[in-house]
Write a protein that binds this ligand. Structure first.
Ligand SMILES: [Fe+2]
Length: 343
């Protein structure tokens, strides 16, 4: 694995052990950044990272921020992929230890703030702006405030290697600036609510789509084997795209039957019919939320899906063609209320 060869660059003789409170020498971070800069242009490395990320996404956990797909046990250094939706941003934030970032797809615009001036004036003071283009790698060593954002209409994908000390308050600034984005946390109500699984399911569909899109740009046997791995976690619509690429027989041998079931058995779902429309709503921690509205031609099938809570798309009742049944199954899966189960 190419990824394993990169790990050798993060050795204990150059980086502190996890739990230690000092930082590595700057030369160690620069040397690791140079290795990442080479790796990010290597198709095998990208495939290795995506393969590990698919394992992480298979756990179906909601993620906010960068969730590592791998952490070096002794050193606590973590590796993650970042997904940036069109126009997406996390807001200005501070890194308090070294981090290495590379752009795998598309680009990001990054605004760097003058940290000393920002703390002195208790406001964000911009210093410079740059574009991180696909294939570019950068690093932070000294504490830094920045605001990366995707200003394009397409998704961007990034790779991150991060110190275990990042996020801990440095001695020079024990309190963060008020105007910085603090770590996103979900409300205690949502944390224990079945609707969280719906958000996680939608997120997984979007993230796997981006990984598949990246893999489809790589024409190697390794990329093909990782794409086959994606079949277990991707959405019905992505699966259909892969059918054309991998061949129908491969897909049908691996996952012959499509079945959908409600994402969490405790979800409260409701169907309503009015004005020639059938709507599907779900109870969230705050209120009833409408997530889908279709022509009443889908009424019988939608009521069946909500009532049965697990179904074979071909068994959906009503005056629908086979394509329409699958289109409805696809729409239900994209709401996050239903998930594909492997049969
Ligand atoms: Fe950052």
């Amino acid at each position: 694995m190419y990824f394993e060869s990169l790990l050798k660059e993060f050795s204990a003789d150059r980086f502190p052990y996890a739990g230690e409170s000092f930082h590595p020498e700057k030369t160690a971070v620069i040397s690791a950044r140079e290795m990442v800069a080479v790796a990010i242009k290597n198709d095998d490395f990208i495939c290795d990272c995506i393969s590990l990320e698919i394992d992480r996404l298979s756990l179906n956990k909601f993620s906010s921020g960068l969730i590592p797909f791998y952490t070096i046990p002794d050193l606590g250094i973590s590796f993650a992929l970042g997904y940036w939706s069109p126009g997406g941003a996390v807001g200005p934030h501070e890194h308090t230890a070294w981090t290495i970032t590379a752009v795998c797809s598309n680009k990001l615009e990054v605004i760097i703030y003058d940290r000393d001036e920002s703390y002195r004036t208790n406001s964000l003071v911009p210093k410079r702006r740059f574009e991180g283009l696909s294939g570019m790698t950068g690093s932070i060593y000294e504490p830094c405030i920045h605001d990366p954002r995707n200003t394009t209409n397409d998704w961007s994908l990034t790779f991150h290697a991060t110190s275990p000390l990042d996020g801990l308050r440095p001695a020079d600034r024990p309190e963060p600036l008020n105007c910085l984005t603090s770590e996103y946390t979900i409300s205690p109500e949502l944390a224990v609510h079945p609707y969280l699984k719906v958000i996680a399911a939608r997120q997984k569909i979007q993230f796997v789509n981006q990984l598949v899109k990246k893999l489809l740009t790589i024409n190697t046997p390794k990329a093909r084997s990782v794409l086959i791995k994606c079949l277990d976690v991707c959405s019905i619509s992505t699966r259909n795209e892969l059918k054309a690429y991998l061949g129908k027989s491969i897909i049908e041998n691996i996952s012959p039957k499509l079945l959908l079931q409600v994402t969490d058995p405790k979800l409260e779902l409701q169907c309503h019919c009015e004005n020639n429309m059938v709507t599907l709503s779900v109870m969230t921690p705050k209120s009833l939320l409408q997530v889908l509205a279709l022509n009443t031609i889908a009424k019988e099938a939608m009521i069946y899906a909500v009532h049965e809570r697990a179904f074979d798309p071909e068994q959906l009742p009503g005056d629908l063609t086979k394509q329409e049944r699958y289109a409805l199954a696809e729409a239900l899966e994209e709401t996050g209320l239903f998930k594909r189960i492997n049969n």
